[in-house]
Design a protein around this ligand. Structure first.
Ligand code: MSP
Length: 524
């Protein structure tokens, strides 16, 4: 039976700025899961792109002295280039200024309007352009006579006619869905649990505060004070609220409004990957829009934490923004990919430091994995004529073989929970065991005393390395392809199912070359 299709998304990135480590991080996590699911036999659709409308982008274009379309064309390209630099395997790259997307927004708006989910009113409130979000008066902080949102963005008082979405009507249904048991078909799963609790408490507080006038919880979904956006059908003085526009990208790319489109079978999304700052939009507004339009909401939203740089908040004004392109140039792509997902539990905040990077890469990649591969493959070259030995006595290395066999299931379970660091830890724990095993057996000494045992030991270690390389492909595609080449694994035998089929005895192996280079911080 075919395995279920999987739809994974990154946020679409604002084009007001150059790509930085935060953008690379969200997309990297999505890429690793997409690659993993493909190797596990699923059909995957992986979407990323750029968010190009709204006041924030309009301002950025003005500041740059450019026409907004020319400006967004230029900056969007930098994000597209990042997908190449970082080795992302996205199946599509969506821009919200594309005709297919504007058509989807208009179609969704019309459905919402026809169903009576949108009405015209007046909006007054505190708006932060930087966040493209409204805030309640009690959420604001004042410094030197200026009011700021909790995010630190300055707010301004906005008053204008506006269309409203009946968000209030959907809040109880959202609460019901968040709390359905794991596996229930209607469940909207918010992870980590701390974020789910936050979102639930936020809605409950709103419902309590506005019990007598719930319409106060409705959401303003159009603006008349600027024009860089999708025009509201039938009322061109209004442009759609940029978050309604942006969130719709996830169904545009699946073919909406054409629900007979071949890609529509991927909807609803399996996981929307987001940063912790944009959880509310994805877990409240977005599923409410969809339910109101009669479309299934996403199954799961996972919010990761934020990076700091050597202990400091990352900001343009501090000048400590980490450029992913420079990082990859300095350390190589796969080590950077490995570090970002290994160092910090996904979902928590983490600190980027050169020392931590050097420790991880030297200790785990160069010393543990790299040396294991080099020792095993050099011994096969020298002592077995460069030919893969046969299986030998199953009792030799039986414990290691059993543990390696269980590894695919363990890594799959971890990744199904987006526990990237634990998936890597599981593989690394096995690599450490394999290093212990080779030291204990000392196959280099067995050549003279027991060559039959030596061959069986090397074969066992070769099989372990093949499993590590296969499972680590989603994290380090280039380096693991090189390792699989050195292990003599044909290109069509690199998915997880192929691990059950042993390579034939006598497979010729090329002479090994080192996979990882050590980082010398003192020399930097
Ligand atoms: N355009 C919206 C998303 C719309 S999705 C329908 C947006 N764009 S963004 O470019 O500002 O941010 C995109 C992502 O980058 C967010 O998920 C955010 O959490 C992430 N990061 C920005 N800075 C970050 C760090 N310092 N660390 C980790 N991720 C961070 O929001």
């Amino acid at each position: 039976m075919a395995k279920p299709t999987i739809y994974l998304t990154t946020p679409i990135y604002y084009v007001n700025d150059r790509p930085h480590i935060g953008h690379a991080y969200t997309s990297l996590a999505t890429d690793v899961l997409a690659r993993f699911k493909r190797l596990d036999g699923h059909e995957v659709f992986f979407l990323t792109g750029t968010d190009e409308h709204g006041q924030k982008v309009e301002k950025a274009a003005q500041d740059a002295g450019e026409d907004p379309q020319a400006f967004t064309d230029r900056v969007s390209q930098a994000f597209r280039d990042l997908t190449t630099t970082m080795g992302f395997s996205n199946d599509d790259f969506i821009r919200t200024t594309e005709p297919r997307h504007k058509a989807a927004c208009v179609a969704l708006w019309k459905v919402l309007a026809e169903r009576g989910e949108i009405y015209l009113g007046d909006y007054e409130g505190w708006y932060a352009v930087r966040d493209e979000a409204f805030y309640g008066p009690d959420e604001l902080v004042e410094r030197d006579g200026v009011k700021y949102a909790p995010s630190g963005a300055p707010v301004e008082w906005v008053r204008e006619p506006s269309y409203f979405f009946r968000l209030s009507k959907w809040l109880p249904e959202l609460l019901r869905r968040y709390d359905l048991p794991a596996g229930a078909p209607d469940r909207i799963d918010i992870e980590p649990e701390s974020r789910r609790n936050e979102v639930r408490a936020f809605i409950q507080q709103g419902l309590k505060d506005f019990a007598d006038r719930p319409e106060k919880l409705d959401l303003s979904v159009s603006r008349t004070s600027f024009t860089w956006g999708v025009k509201v059908p039938g009322d061109p003085a209004h442009v759609m609220y940029v978050w309604l526009d942006a969130l719709t990208n996830y169904i545009t790319a699946a073919g909406y409004p054409d629900t007979s489109h071949p890609r529509w079978r991927f909807w609803p999304a399996d996981v929307h990957f987001v940063g912790k700052d944009i959880v509310r939009f994805h877990t409240i507004y977005w599923p409410a829009f969809l339910m109101a339009a009669g479309i299934a909401p996403p199954k799961r939203v996972f919010a990761h934490g934020w990076w700091t740089n050597e202990g400091q908040k990352i900001s343009k004004s501090l000048g400590n923004v980490i450029d992913p392109v420079a990082l990859v140039e300095e350390y190589g792509l796969d080590p950077v990919r490995y570090f970002l997902l290994r160092e910090v539990p996904f979902g928590q905040d983490g600190d980027f430091s050169r020392k931590a990077l050097a420790n991880r890469l030297n200790g785990e990649l160069a010393d543990a994995l790299g040396n294991l591969a080099n020792r095993v493959l050099s011994l096969i070259q020298r002592n077995c004529g460069g030919m893969l030995p046969g299986a030998g006595d199953p009792a030799v290395g039986g414990a290691l073989a059993g543990a390696v066999q269980a590894l695919t299931g363990q890594v799959r379970d971890r990744l199904d929970r987006q526990e990237f660091h634990l998936a890597l830890e599981a593989v690394m724990a096995s690599v450490r065991d394999a290093n212990g095993y080779i030291t204990h057996e000392a196959p280099w000494a067995l050549k003279k005393t027991d060559p039959v045992r030596m061959a069986a030991v090397l074969r066992r270690l070769h099989s372990a390395l093949r499993a590590y390389a296969t499972l680590l492909q989603p994290f380090m595609p280039g380096t693991m392809a090189a390792l699989l080449d050195q292990l003599g694994v044909p290109a069509d035998a690199r998915d997880f199912a192929a691990l059950a089929m042993p390579l034939p005895e006598g497979t010729p192996l090329p002479p090994p070359t080192p996979l990882f280079r050590k980082i010398d911080l003192a020399a930097a």
